[in-house]
Design a protein around this ligand. Sequence first.
Ligand code: ADP
Ligand code: MG
Length: 500
Amino acid sequence: MGRVGLGLAVGCAAISCTIAGILVTKRIKNRRKWSRVVEILSEFEDGCSTSIARLRQVVDAMAVEMHAGLASDGGSKLKMLLTFVDRLPDGEEKGTYYALDLGGTNFRVLRIQLGGNRSVILKHEVERQPIPENLMMGTSEDLFDFIAMSLKHFVVKEEGSEQRPDRSRELGFTFSFPVRQVSVSSGFLIKWTKGFAIEDAVGKDVAQCLEEAMTRRGLDMRVAALVNDTVGTLALGHYHDEDTVAAVIIGTGTNACYVERTDAIIKCQGLLTNSGGMVVNMEWGNFWSSHLPRTSYDVDLDDETANHNDQGFEKMISGMYLGDITRRVLYRIAQESDIFGDAAASLSAPFVLRTPLMAAMHEDDSPDLREVSRILQENLQMPEISLKARRLVVGVIDIVTRRAARLAAAGIVGILKKIGRDGSGGIGSGKTKGKIRRSVVAIEGGLYSGYSMFREYLNEAVVEILGDEVAESVVLRVSEDGSGIGAALLAATAAHSSDR
Ligand code: ADP
Ligand code: MG
């Protein structure tokens, strides 16, 4: 080998040594980065633990808080509001009724026709309409005028030639925010939730606000039942199946109601005339217990929301927040490693990751997680990331969703425990002649009905907490449009009982 050749060989060896050195250092660095990522992830996973023991503590805490909320106003973070609904639809209702459902994200208008004898509900529904964002922050007059106008258009469209302007119509109004009811058809707004902030409406009778707007818009309609979505869902559930004892909403927000014995509602005995049962609106989104598995990401999310220190349970469970909890964890990972390239900026904006997108990534069963990659690039403007990093994203989503679903399950079992339907042999026992009484819980909301992994985790946890034998007597039934149809049914029930 000549001098030149030798020189080249030495040079090449030196270069390849340097390259190898760089690769090794990079690998070590990468390993370090991954080990940091794994640390963040396992710390988060531990923080979100929903072991069966912990879920049982949440069940007990829910039942205890329910007792406290029924004993006195302010006795618990659970408001346990009276609804004055002491009769649920039984199928005998007849006639045509309207309903308006103002939820979190959408509002719906519908009309039902009832023929008695548990007849099929004929309904005509308008497309769900999103609530314009400016109306969520404006004045109550603007919001209710907008709603009254949409309702009027609907009535005109539905009734067509049969329209009789002189005819008075009965409306069920589903208003899914905390309301202090004074009768089945009127109640005062306590506070807004789910991103609404119309200050001048707080403290007002919302049924009256709507009736005034309808009068301004020339629509002759009376609010016969003012309910929230849980109560509507319970009403529809009961119309179909008389064993329905509770209803849960898991959509933008979360809440539950159930049928309570009137003598257990200690705080309002003077107001209660009926000796049977009454539907109680729990406002369970505000439930809190030290047993809830809370992480630093939950604390930060709470700090940055307008309703700081409020709706703690809802912030761990509902569709409005799950995407953002996930985003916060991913953001932290992006800041402390480069496994997402330079995605930190894309992940820094609150609420950019919406829960339905998170669900779509969770349900991506392609081997290379194509959908995860597409969503991150198209919806979050993130750079393309490795398969390993995509798997990590799905891992974070899984932790967030599993915790939410299992906590909701514990909440449901808490209600069953309170009314003696959990098979534990408490008050009311749930057991008749050795047989456990059948209990149906109606569940409605986009998170439960649209997100199959969430639904599976929830159903599975209910069985895990109750055990196979008791779980067999508990039916979780998906309800659709119950929040609206149920309100119309309650308007019918109210009209029907005043006819009697
Ligand atoms: P609202 O709460 O306004 O009454 P829904 O019950 O339809 O409306 O719930 C809508 C919410 O449910 C959305 O804001 C979203 O958070 C969640 N959601 C809807 N569809 C899905 C889905 N496929 N996967 C996950 N979450 C969903
Ligand atoms: Mg709803």
